[in-house]
Design a protein around this ligand. Structure first.
Ligand SMILES: NC(=O)c1ccc[n+]([C@@H]2O[C@H](COP(=O)([O-])OP(=O)(O)OC[C@H]3O[C@@H](n4cnc5c(N)ncnc54)[C@H](O)[C@@H]3O)[C@@H](O)[C@H]2O)c1
Ligand SMILES: O=c1ccn([C@@H]2O[C@H](COP(=O)(O)OP(=O)(O)O[C@H]3O[C@H](CO)[C@H](O)[C@H](O)[C@H]3O)[C@@H](O)[C@H]2O)c(=O)[nH]1
Length: 326
């Protein structure tokens, strides 16, 4: 039994590879290295440099490596880029996933876990959003992911493809043991950008929009520690291997933090405040997005272990300091 981790050289995927390896599983990574890094994959884990859209490659890989489960992280991830280049996002996220799902069905796989996103929802009006809330993506990124969820649902109904769609809220932090973290080039994620500012790699940070209908005027998000997110994937894998049915589950803590709160927390962890410029709103951003995180607890028995903004920021900053010193 081998787990195929697509996008395993990227930020979140590399944490999954470590977690699977820690519990003695066989793993193979498929990654184009478009934003991932070869060094993020441990030397004893096979890395196939290739595209999930390459059906012949995937068709060969599944039986040759004895793959019984796919965890599909590979994709393009930046909301504003998807607004500027929608067709590239539909190609890589939706059409690429179509190819991978087709091969999973052809191979008769019994476990497929998909990295979906809270961006499939519309604005949550400040209330925590549950899985049965309307899906009204406001960006091509969110739409590209929702289409993949739909393909999985319909392929499962027609052919049997047990799957779990995990709708991540805002993923942040790094492996507490310091073995992995976010190294994405030209990163746009708030905590990553603020940690780059704290370590002198940027002059400061621009807050995108201070006139949102939120308590302090800046956007509110539900930040989840990457290690808690990976625990959710391991639980989802066990659920499917144990014969559990397909699920769509939010991954968040059910608590929001504003951009200002996050920037203050990074300054606190760094020991000095981050230089802040107030700028206009960023296209595609929603005012507030917070998870109703009840279902994943009920279905998978998932319990967070790092549910604390200061801890998330500390781990992100420790990783950033290590990178800056390297
Ligand atoms: N970071 C977040 O806050 C967040 C939130 C919601 C969902 N997600 C999703 O989680 C997944 C992982 O995100 P991440 O933050 O680790 O991003 P990342 O860019 O670090 O990782 C993506 C990986 O996929 C690879 N890749 C891209 N297209 C590929 C393709 N066609 N075939 C093979 N490999 C390909 C990249 O080289 C990279 O290693 C993505 O699907 C993303 O949409 C991330
Ligand atoms: O330099 C920055 C970077 C971000 N922000 C703000 O910080 C908030 C969070 O932005 P991120 O870019 O960190 O994250 P997003 O909420 O845009 O998107 C993330 O979470 C989404 C789900 O909520 C998607 O899944 C997506 O993949 C992932 O990038 C937003 O209000 C953004 O405007 C700033 O003010 N300045």
């Amino acid at each position: 039994m081998t787990v195929l981790v697509t996008g395993g050289a990227g930020y979140i995927g590399s944490h999954m590879v470590l977690a699977l390896r820690d519990r003695g599983e066989d793993v193979v990574v498929l990654d184009t290295l478009a934003t991932g890094r070869r060094e993020a994959v441990p030397g004893d884990v096979p890395l196939v440099v290739g595209d999930v859209a390459d059906r012949a490659l995937v068709r060969d890989l599944i039986p040759r490596r004895g793959v019984d489960a796919i965890v599909h992280f590979a994709g393009s991830t930046v909301v504003p880029d998807s607004v500027a280049n929608p067709l590239a996002y539909y190609a890589n996220n939706t059409i690429g996933s179509h190819a991978l799902i087709s091969e999973a069905v052809a191979a008769g796989l019994g476990a497929f876990i998909f990295s979906s996103t809270a961006a499939v929802y519309g604005s949550g009006e400040g209330r925590p959003v549950a899985e049965d809330a309307p899906t009204l993506p406001e960006s091509p990124y969110g739409a590209s992911k929702l289409m993949t969820e739909t393909m999985l649902r319909d392929a499962d109904a027609a052919h049997g493809l047990p799957h779990v769609c995990l709708r991540y809220f805002n993923v942040a932090g790094a492996d507490p043991a310091g073995r992995a973290g976010q190294s994405t080039p030209r990163a746009t994620h708030l905590i990553k950008v603020a940690c780059e500012a704290a370590t002198g790699q940027r002059a400061g940070i621009t807050v995108f929009g201070t006139d949102y209908p939120t308590p302090d005027g800046t956007c509110v998000r539900d930040y989840i520690h990457v290690s808690d997110l990976i625990d959710a994937h391991l639980a989802a894998l066990d659920h499917l291997r144990g014969g559990g049915g397909s699920q769509t589950l939010n991954c968040g803590y059910g608590r929001g933090h504003s951009v200002r709160e996050v920037v203050t927390a990074v300054g606190r962890a760094a020991g000095q405040p981050i230089a802040v410029t107030e700028g206009p709103r960023r296209p595609g951003d929603m005012a507030s997005l917070v998870a109703d995180a009840g279902r994943i607890r009920d279905v998978l028995g998932w319990r967070p272990r790092h549910d604390d903004l200061d801890e998330i920021v500390r781990h992100a900053l420790a990783w950033e300091r290590r990178r800056a010193a390297a």
